[in-house]
Design a protein. Structure first.
Length: 298
C-alpha cells in the first residue's frame, strides 16, 4: 500500500510540474521575464512496521526422552484435573521404571483392571461409571524423579486445569499376559477360602497431610475410605499423620450419630471399634470435616 501511495504522489507532482512548466513557457513567450522553479516535494513519513508475534515459552525437551502433553482427565469426578497418558490401558500388565521430568509438580498414576464386579478396591477410576479400574495414586510432590510401577496403564496427573508437559523415559519395560494375571487372581481367591472364619481386625490409616483439604478429591482421607467387614469384626484406625484427628460416627452435614466416637487421636496413636450389628456406618473427622469414610457390615 505504501508503494502505491508513493507512485500516486509522484504521478500527481509530475502532472503539477508539467502544468507549471507550460504556464511559465506561456509567460516567457509574452513577457520574456525570468523563470522561477518550484521546490521538489518528497515524502518523509516513515513506513508503518508490524509487531512480530512473540514465541510462547516452552520447557526445553530432554534429549533422547519422549514428551507428552496433558489433557483434561476423562475420569468421572476428575474433570477439573489434567492427565498425561504414558502407557495406554491394556489387557497386559506393564512393569518397569519411569524416569520423569515435568514442567510442574505431578502425581503418578497406574490403573489395574477393569476389575470384576465382586472386587471392591479402596481407590477407583472410571471413565463411564461401568468400566472400573483400581487406582494407584502417588504424590511425590516433585516435578522430576523415578518410580518403579506395575499396572495395566501408566499416567501422570495434576489437580489443576492448566496443561503441563512431561519428558519421560521408561526403563526395563516388560508386559505380562493377562492369562498369568488371571491365574494369580484364582490362586489368591483359593488362598482366602482357607482362612479361618472368625472375627477379624481391619486397619484403616489416617494418612499424612490430611489436615489440609485435598484428600477428599481422591477419596484418600482415610485409607481405605470405604471398608466392608462382617458382623463381629473390629476396625482399628491408625493416625500416621502428625496432626490430631477424630473418628466420629455420622456425617459433616448431619453431625455425630452417637454410635462411636474416638475423641482426639493424636499422631502415632490409634482407635478401635467392634461392629456387632449389620448395616452401613458413615464417619468423619470433627476437626477436619472434609475427611469422611464408611464401614459396611454384613
Amino acid at each position: 500500500m505504501a508503494g502505491i501511495d508513493k507512485a500516486a504522489i509522484g504521478f500527481s507532482i509530475a502532472i503539477v510540474a508539467i502544468g507549471v512548466a507550460f504556464a511559465m513557457y506561456g509567460d516567457a513567450s509574452q513577457n520574456a521575464g525570468p523563470s522561477v522553479s518550484s521546490p521538489a516535494v518528497t515524502s518523509t513519513a516513515p513506513e508503518p512496521k508490524m509487531d512480530e508475534p512473540k514465541a510462547s515459552p516452552q520447557k526445553p525437551m530432554k534429549a533422547g526422552w519422549e514428551r507428552a502433553t496433558s489433557q483434561q482427565d476423562p475420569g468421572i469426578g476428575h474433570e477439573s484435573h489434567q492427565l498425561a497418558v504414558l502407557l495406554a490401558p491394556s489387557e497386559n500388565v506393564y512393569s518397569g521404571t519411569l524416569l520423569y521430568d515435568a514442567s510442574e509438580n505431578i502425581q503418578l498414576v497406574t490403573l489395574r483392571g477393569p476389575v470384576g464386579a465382586d472386587e471392591k478396591p479402596a481407590k477407583t477410576w472410571t471413565p463411564d461409571g461401568e468400566t472400573i479400574f483400581e487406582l494407584t495414586f502417588v504424590d511425590p510432590k516433585n516435578a522430576k524423579g523415578e518410580w518403579e510401577f506395575s499396572g495395566n496403564a501408566l499416567a501422570v496427573h495434576t489437580m489443576k486445569t492448566n496443561t503441563f508437559v512431561v519428558d519421560y523415559k521408561i526403563l526395563d519395560l516388560t508386559e505380562t499376559e493377562a492369562k498369568i494375571v488371571e491365574m494369580k487372581e484364582e490362586v489368591t481367591m483359593k488362598d482366602t477360602t482357607t482362612k479361618p472364619a472368625g472375627p477379624t481386625t481391619h486397619t484403616v490409616d489416617m494418612p499424612k497431610g490430611t489436615s489440609v483439604p485435598g484428600c477428599e478429591e481422591t477419596n484418600t482421607c482415610y485409607l481405605p475410605a470405604d471398608l466392608t467387614i462382617n458382623a463381629g469384626d473390629t476396625v482399628e484406625w491408625v493416625n500416621v499423620d502428625t496432626a490430631a484427628h477424630t473418628v466420629t460416627g455420622g456425617s459433616p452435614a448431619d453431625g455425630p450419630s452417637g454410635v462411636f466416637d474416638s475423641s482426639l487421636v493424636m499422631g502415632g496413636a490409634s482407635y478401635s471399634f467392634t461392629f456387632e450389628d449389620a448395616g452401613s456406618y458413615d464417619y468423619f473427622c470433627m476437626v477436619h470435616p472434609w475427611m469422611v469414610g464408611s464401614v459396611t457390615v454384613n
